[in-house]
Design a protein around this ligand. Structure first.
Ligand code: URA
Length: 269
């Protein structure tokens, strides 16, 4: 192969893409001398690797091709969607301790938001779910701090001007009013930072509770709060199909539960 066509990646990236660790961990492992390339210990995380020709070995074991994994977590309120928090607050990784493969969150949920979070090592799949061009619907249950009129719910539905632009039309369904609060469901196809909270704030109200109850065709159903399970092949396939023909082709090696919904492997906090 001509040099210009060779696919080169830095060593830290090769390790993290293999789905065994984060990029930060990969850099630590490399610096500590745990990684060999072509039988030579390499301590430079930026070392270029050509996976077609170079043999990468970690702790004496050849690196395996990445196996794709798709995890569905019911994130509780209070957990951060990051790997490590400098302030030591709990993160979603504290809930995934029984998982032996590295995964990253597909999009984010705020610390105070609970509900469905997908974690995977499949970057193309993650892009499909988070890229607004694919219009993957995310549905939230919202408790607002005030009674919202039909007109106010209508403006959430039609689109509101936020500081980062007009929101797309949304599906909005009033569930009930109780005392001075409104409970409603909203389905959006974008994933802007704090989008639902900011939309509600634009109505001079506040979000008191926010739960993501579905992502595309995948719903919380019997998943318990703080628990996770592997997604089924059908769920992964259905999410991949949403959107346009531009959706990335399914990759091989899907690691997902074979049984029907709710029967995948579950993790416990
Ligand atoms: N919208 C928000 O405001 N917060 C979330 O966590 C998700 C959507």
């Amino acid at each position: 192969m001509a040099p210009a066509q060779r696919v080169l990646k830095t060593l830290d990236r090769v390790l993290s893409k293999a789905g065994i660790c984060s990029r930060t961990e990969a850099r630590e492992w490399i610096v500590r001398g745990r990684v060999k390339v072509n039988a030579k210990t390499i301590r430079d995380p930026e070392h270029w690797v050509d996976l077609d020709h170079d043999a990468v070995v970690l702790d004496g074991k050849p690196l395996q091709a990445e196996k794709k994994i798709y995890v569905l977590l019911y994130k509780p309120k209070g957990f951060l969607t990051t790997y490590k928090d400098p302030e030591g607050r709990p993160t979603v990784y504290d809930l995934l301790q029984k998982l032996d493969q590295w995964v990253f969150p597909v999009g984010r949920l705020d610390q105070d938001t609970s509900g469905l979070l997908i974690l995977t090592n499949d970057t193309a799949f993650a892009e499909h779910i988070t890229n607004p061009e694919f219009h993957v619907q995310k549905t939230y249950l919202v408790k607002a701090s005030t009674l919202l009129s039909d007109e106010q719910l209508g403006s959430l539905r039609d689109g509101l001007e936020l500081k980062d632009g007009l929101t797309r039309p949304a599906k909005v369904k009033r569930i009930r009013d109780s005392e001075s609060k409104t409970f409603f469901e909203i389905t959006i196809t974008e994933g802007r930072n704090r989008q639902v909270r900011r939309m509600v704030e634009a109505l001079d109200s506040q979000v008191l509770k926010l739960v993501r109850v579905s992502i595309g065709t995948v719903r919380i159903e019997r998943l318990q709060i703080g628990h996770w399970r592997l997604m089924t092949h059908e769920e992964v396939r259905a999410l991949r199909k949403i959107g346009s023909k531009a959706a990335p082709k399914p990759t091989s090696g899907v690691q997902a539960g074979r049984a029907g919904r709710g029967h995948g492997r579950e993790g416990h906090p």
